[in-house]
Design a protein around this ligand. Sequence first.
Ligand SMILES: NC(=O)CCC(=O)C(=O)O
Length: 275
Amino acid sequence: MSKIKIALIQMHIEEDKHKNLETANKFIKKVASEGCDLAILPEMFTTPYKTENFPLYAEFEGDKSFNTLSNMAKENSIYLVGGSIPEKDEKNLIYNTSYVFDRNGQKIAKHRKVHLFDIDVEDGQCFKESDTLTAGNKITVFDTEFGKIGLCICFDFRFPELGRLMAQMGAQIIIVPAAFNMTTGPAHWDLMFRSRAVDNQVYTVGCAPSRDVNGCYISYGNSIVVSPWGDIIYKMDEKEGYKIIELDLDYVKKIRKELPLMSARRLDLYELNEK
Ligand SMILES: NC(=O)CCC(=O)C(=O)O
């Protein structure tokens, strides 16, 4: 099967976790009824994006949000990339975690954000995830009936090494639940998704919350799909909504055949000895 229909769900996020789960559920039912194979939710979709909230909203794997996501996948018989939620472990450490479920509601992947979003831009966005979060330490690629898909979370995707490793691990699509902001979004969002797509000859997909100008963190929105040629296939605006897009994985093969970048690399010249 070379064609996969993915759905971007650019939802509005509120204080009430249960309301957010209901919103996600409503959208997932809709996109499934319209034939999507795999739905994607935004980063930290159960909570307004605020460091103080993460411990308050954190849940163990297997708790309510996890089970609700699993049921959504099963009831609608779709793959679900469950955005991300604050996850706590038995040591009370908190992670920014994305769970992926198959059509039977089985968890098939789990990514804990490996690069925490700590930035301080003069007259712009400041944020320090490391105030309350701990970084994960694994690279995530999962298998589907369509092929392999890479997964990382927002700031992770700024690091080209990660995208390259996912491509080397077989990813033909890289999915990124994200929440850029009004400082870095206009500057880097499209550029980042286009660069990673062209470098690795993969589809790149970013799914963000809708913009709430009164929120504690103003999401850029603009959920995006880029082809392995670097074309923006679709980009949303800032408002709440969803979009289903069909990706043709034969096109990845075609681009890789026409521009055989992987085999043309000069691995004899590249060695990063930074440690
Ligand atoms: N949630 C995030 O990781 C935000 C990343 C971001 O905005 C960036 O510029 O990078």
